[in-house]
Design a binder for this molecule. Structure first.
Ligand code: IMP
Length: 430
């Protein structure tokens, strides 16, 4: 399929980076369409671990051109840090391999200050944002006073940045937060603009041309379905559309592109969440510690962007079915199967119960999950190591039973299963 959209089917951190990496070996372009540097995608290549927040993970493959779409909010500082990190590893980020939409919005230190001030004002009801300024940047976009990447080309860009800082200072004052000095921000953003200019493009036009030429475009969603602004556990969500249909508007593609799309839903073999909000299958105690890991390994359940310990629980099949429906998922990639190895038994939430009534679909979406109790099916665990398995029949039979039930609940087939952090530790179900 020319358009392959990789989405998170949970609350983010599903391991999309390594699944993108798997598909990227056959792709021509790799594009992101939502969010900003709140994302954290990890790709492990031998001894090297790449942690990317803004750039699409596909950029690690030399034949791939990376695209940052119009639906994104871009902090140029993070972007340049990432570009420098990749350049240091011998990966080129010259303008022939990295294209940035003129219509994407810019994140500034003012947005970050506002993010922190707003979270502080929410007190115990805070969302637990990443503090990267994502919400305030999208707010500016929606209220039509945002700074766009194209503004960097304007002769009065510095003045526009100055006006933006002054405007934000008025809001910061309302929250009794420290104001920012516009002068250093303006100077810094002028420098950023000089460096970014050669990368600015009409990426919609370029993606259309690529599709017409029969190129394979890999589209990488950030965050996950349950953090989507419309379809997630509102208000405990991010400020962008994280689901697959948003890939079209976030990249400037028309509905015709959807005709050629496959949608790969990435789902962890258990459930995690970082930040506040509902989580019906959440675990505490020893089992939670076991699933989370100590933090000693890069793959343990600690946020890639903030380092916060993630909340962990059993896989929620009701929310997975929901994610399949909202995204139009055509196949699944199940990650971190190896983490379950050694457990005596594994539970999978197959329905919710409320006052003796059972639900496999939610009447009003996932915002208020407090009235529901998860209903579990229990599966035998397995003791055999799976890290070296590369073929489906070699997986322990108990693991295949568990995976089979995930696929039947979701109503779509499993195509890939990851059994370790390394690039090659993937089982493809042929
Ligand atoms: P924001 O996107 O920084 O505004 O944060 C809003 C919510 O989304 C918080 O609960 C964050 O923890 C969560 N979040 C944002 N980005 C990610 C991600 O890439 N993975 C997991 N959670 C995320």
């Amino acid at each position: 399929m020319p358009l392959q959209i990789i989405v998170g089917a949970q609350w983010g951190d599903e391991g999309k980076g390594r699944i993108v990496d798997w598909f990227a070996s056959r792709a021509d372009l790799s594009a992101r369409y939502n969010g900003g540097d709140n994302a954290g995608h990890t790709v492990t290549v031998g001894p090297r671990i790449f942690k990317l927040h803004l750039l699409p993970s596909g950029i690690i493959h030399p034949q791939v051109t990376a695209v940052l779409g119009n639906g994104m909010v871009i902090n140029p500082r993070t972007l340049f840090e990432e570009m420098d990190m990749l350049n240091g590893s011998g990966i080129s980020t010259l303008p022939d391999r990295l294209r940035i939409s003129y219509a994407a919005h810019l994140i500034t230190p003012s947005h970050q200050a506002l993010d922190k001030a707003l979270e502080g004002a929410r007190g115990k009801d805070n969302i637990g944002t990443t503090g990267r300024g994502i919400g305030p940047a999208y707010t500016d976009k929606a209220t039509r006073r945002g700074l766009r990447v194209a503004d960097m080309l304007a002769p009065d860009f510095q003045e526009r940045v100055g006006d933006h800082v002054a405007e934000t200072n008025r809001t910061l004052r309302m929250y009794a937060a420290s104001e920012l000095d516009p002068a250093p921000v303006c100077a810094q953003y002028r420098e950023f603009a000089e460096r970014l200019k050669p990368y600015i493009a009409d990426t919609s036009l370029e993606l259309h041309a690529a599709m017409q030429a029969g190129k394979i475009i890999l589209v990488e969603a950030a965050q996950g379905t349950l953090l989507d602004l419309d379809f997630g556990t509102y208000p405990f969500v991010t400020s962008s559309s994280t689901t697959a249909p948003a890939a079209l508007t976030g990249l400037g593609l028309g509905l015709d592109a959807a005709r050629t799309a496959s949608v790969i839903g990435v789902v962890k073999a258990f459930q995690t969440r970082v930040g506040s909000g509902p989580f019906p299958t959440e675990l505490t105690g020893d089992l939670a510690l076991r699933l989370r890991g100590s933090g000693a390994n890069p793959w343990d359940e600690y946020g890639t962007t903030t380092g916060r310990p993630r909340r962990v629980g059993w896989l929620d099949g009701v929310l997975l079915r929901y994610a399949v429906r909202i995204n139009g998922i055509t196949e699944l990639a199940v990650t971190k199967l190896d983490v379950l190895t050694g457990l005596e038994s594994i539970k999978l939430c197959t329905a919710y119960r409320r006052e003796e009534q059972s639900y496999t679909d939610l009447p009003f979406g996932p915002s208020d999950l407090s009235p529901y109790e998860p209903v579990y099916e229990q599966f035998n665990g397995w003791k055999e190591e799976v890290a070296a398995v590369r073929n489906w029949p070699e997986l322990p039979s108990a693991a295949r039973v568990y995976l089979g039930r995930i696929a039947s609940l979701a109503g779509v087939p499993i195509r890939l299963v990851s059994v370790g952090p390394e690039r090659a530790q993937v089982v493809e179900k042929l």
